[in-house]
Write a protein that binds this ligand. Structure first.
Ligand code: TYD
Ligand code: MG
Length: 453
């Protein structure tokens, strides 16, 4: 028998190379090439490309459009992240660490959806008994959910064709394999082909498909990047498994905004939406403590109060440590340089640790000012004034730039009992907000001077 021909496939982009290399020549990623058996060309299996079939060339204005109707998943938080609910024929990928609650969330959602139409739960990870046990725990065992414990794509597609569900869950895409390829389940080629075939099925049948995806050690979805391009929406679970709170964020959404955040609490009866999460990420101190600053961040349409904690301590190594949890590490170095240059506060001989309380990840630059004030407070070992909230982006020349929706942020803070705010001048409210004393500043040194008052 002829020896099977092998090639090297990139786990990130799916690019193929005849020999092993440290760096993928297609996407430039390092250490992503893995040996795979070369698949013979398969006539008849069209390469997955366009989903928008037919119609020919036409004028944009002639294209018939309909507002896609949304189906509620029964969870307000999940609906919000999806952009208002599920759209028929959409494919949604849900990623997250093992044990964070992907299967739980989808079982709860599909049980609710089962009341309005046929639904199918395909599990390649757990047996039907295990799912039934979980359903009992979630008190949804009486809902009309059809189950299929299967990992072979052809059987799954046949199951979908005969059940004709309105919504189907595939848990998980990495366990599914197709007979047409020889590589192992979970390999780049398999994941890509199975996802493409399921997507094609969803588009032609109008079935909504929810795919569960595993994440790698680095936190990216396992399998090729192309997976994220194929599907309509990518949702990620955030938060650590140690706390009971789970956050879901849309990383891509063809049917809605991407910055919405869904907040859930894991209870003994499944995931419950947290309708009013704004005070969730504050830790309660009996006395004011140094190094803590409350930030008002904006996640999608909702303002959220998050405590930023800093610890600045004398460094005992030539290279002081800079560590940020939940915030951007590189941004921290940049902000420390601004603090030195424009406010005369030096940290070059200090280790700086930074944490956003509650496992929430903050990407917006509006956190800059809060980060710097927390660092300053820790360095001087002096608590910030009580009931103070802060937001504002800090630029390289020490200016404090305005952020979006300043008014809403201030109102939310006032609602939760905060009484002082240090914010960018351009965000200063035109009419005073009841119970809130606002200090509007233009430069970083003014913010620090305002603390001394
Ligand atoms: P699971 O949905 O199996 O995670 P994933 O599919 O993402 O791997 O969730 C598993 C965890 O959730 C497990 O550690 C137990 C916990 N859990 C609860 O705390 N309460 C519940 O009602 C359920 C069903 C699970
Ligand atoms: Mg699972």
């Amino acid at each position: 028998m002829a020896k099977a021909k092998t090639v090297y496939t990139c786990a990130d982009c799916g690019g193929v190379n005849p020999k092993w290399q440290g760096q993928c020549p297609h996407c430039g990623a390092w250490n992503t090439l893995g040996e795979t058996v070369l698949e013979p060309a398969r006539p008849g299996v069209a390469r997955f490309n366009a989903l928008a079939a037919g119609g020919g060339v036409q004028n944009l204005s002639e294209v018939e459009t309909r507002e896609a109707p949304r189906t509620s998943t029964g969870s307000e938080e999940l609906d919000r992240v999806l952009g208002g609910g599920l759209v028929a024929g959409a494919v949604v990928l849900i990623g997250g660490d093992p044990g964070i609650g992907k299967s739980t969330l989808l079982l709860q959602a599909i049980a609710h959806l089962g009341r309005n139409g046929p639904v199918l739960y395909v599990s390649g990870e757990e047996s039907a008994q295990q799912i039934a046990l979980r359903a009992r725990r979630l008190a949804v065992e009486a809902e009309p959910v059809r189950l299929l414990a299967e990992i072979q794509l052809e059987t799954i597609l046949a199951g979908l064709a005969s059940e004709k569900p309105a919504v189907a869950v595939i848990d998980s895409i990495q366990t599914v394999y197709t007979d047409q390829l020889q590589s192992a389940p979970g390999s780049v080629a398999q994941v890509r082909e199975c996802a493409a075939q399921l997507t094609r099925y969803a588009k032609t049948s109008g079935t909504t498909i929810l795919l569960v995806g595993h994440v790698t050690k680095e936190g990216a979805l396992a399998g090729p990047r192309v997976l994220e391009h194929i599907v309509d929406a990518v949702l990620y679970f955030e938060g650590d498994t140690h706390s009971s709170f789970r956050l879901i964020r849309a990383q891509k959404n063809r049917f809605g905004a991407v910055n919405e955040l869904g907040v859930f609490a894991m209870t003994d009866r499944g995931l419950r939406g947290v309708a009013n999460p704004s005070a969730l990420f504050l830790s309660r101190h009996a006395e004011p403590v140094a190094g803590s600053c409350v930030l008002v961040t904006q996640e999608g349409t909702r303002p959220l109060l998050v405590e930023i904690q800093a610890l600045v301590d004398e460094a005992h190594a030539p290279n002081p440590k800079r560590l940020a949890v939940g915030l951007e590490q590189n941004r921290l170095s940049l902000l420390l340089a601004v603090l030195h240059r424009h406010a005369g506060v030096a940290c070059f001989d200090q280790d700086v640790f930074l944490n956003a309380v509650g496992g929430v990840r903050i990407a917006e630059p509006a956190a800059d000012l809060a980060v710097l004030l927390a660092i300053y407070s820790s360095l001087r070992n002096k608590p910030l004034p009580e009931k103070l909230v802060v937001f504002g982006e800090v630029g390289l020349s020490g200016e404090v730039r305005p952020v979006q929706r300043g008014q809403e942020r201030l109102k939310e803070a006032a609602k939760l009992g905060f009484e002082r705010a240090i914010i960018p001048r351009a965000n200063a409210p035109k009419t005073p907000i009841a119970g809130m004393a606002v200090t509007a500043i233009e430069r970083l040194d003014q913010a620090i001077a305002a603390l001394r008052e």
